[in-house]
Design a protein around this ligand. Structure first.
Ligand SMILES: [Mg+2]
Ligand SMILES: [Zn+2]
Length: 227
């Protein structure tokens, strides 16, 4: 069975959280990093759409400034080789992000992965420097997420894939609960341990690639490929 790897972007494909850094950098005195909605979201009291709107109200940036800033970050150098290897064996790889479209699209293109499917929230840059978030992947069945990762997991499963969620944070939880397997680091790992959600520790895409190769070996043996 082919495997679909649904990969979080901020803190996972990009070791640093570009969205959080962007919000801090382009709000007065880093105000967007301290909005009360942030703690409320981490405590499960408000949804991510509400948090994103509150942060965006503090941000002033042009698209050119935002892109230049985002390009100062580097993706995990093991991500592109992992993705190419996975696609080469017939697996699927998709980026599922609660961050913003402008840097996900740009970074993937710069890695030569412009064809990789991805879904993120959209940031509209207004002429006066304000920014407005839009949520093209808002799922009516989830009141919390801007781009609920569980919907992408369900879609791949309905196409016959074994689903693996790769992530590091709070916004990965719904995807993790929906997925057949979870590769976790950071606060997602702590949450999986606390909640008893089965998972494998994966600190970077070197570990994800090893997991993927193990799955292929197991599947080959399962088909009687061992002589
Ligand atoms: Mg993350
Ligand atoms: Zn959700």
């Amino acid at each position: 069975m082919a495997i679909a790897y649904l990969c979080d972007f901020d803190g996972t494909v990009s070791p640093r959280d570009i969205g959080a850094a962007f919000a801090g950098k382009f709000s007065a005195a880093g105000e967007a990093s301290r909005v009360p909605e942030l703690a409320a979201w981490m405590a499960g009291q408000v949804g991510h759409r509400e948090l994103t709107r509150a942060q965006c109200a503090c941000i002033r940036a042009t698209e050119a400034q935002a892109l230049e800033f985002a390009r100062g970050f580097r993706l995990d150098p093991r991500f592109a080789p992992f993705a190419r290897e996975a696609l080469g064996r017939g697996d699927a790889v998709m980026i599922v992000s609660e961050g913003f479209d402008f840097y996900v699209r740009d970074h993937l293109a710069r890695e030569g992965l412009g064809e990789l499917p991805w879904a993120a929230n959209r940031l509209v840059f207004e002429a006066d420097g304000r920014v407005t978030p839009e949520f093209p992947f808002a799922d009516p069945s989830c009141e919390q997420c801007g781009n609920c990762k569980a919907q992408h997991v369900r879609r791949y499963r309905s196409r016959g894939y074994h689903t693996v969620l790769v992530g590091d944070g709070t916004s990965d939880r719904h995807g993790a609960l929906a997925a057949d397997a979870v590769l976790a680091r950071g606060s997602l790992l702590e949450w999986c341990r606390a909640e008893g959600v089965p998972h494998t520790v994966a600190d970077d895409f070197g570990a994800v690639a090893e997991f993927a190769r193990r799955q292929e070996q197991l599947a080959t043996r399962g088909r009687g490929g061992r002589t």
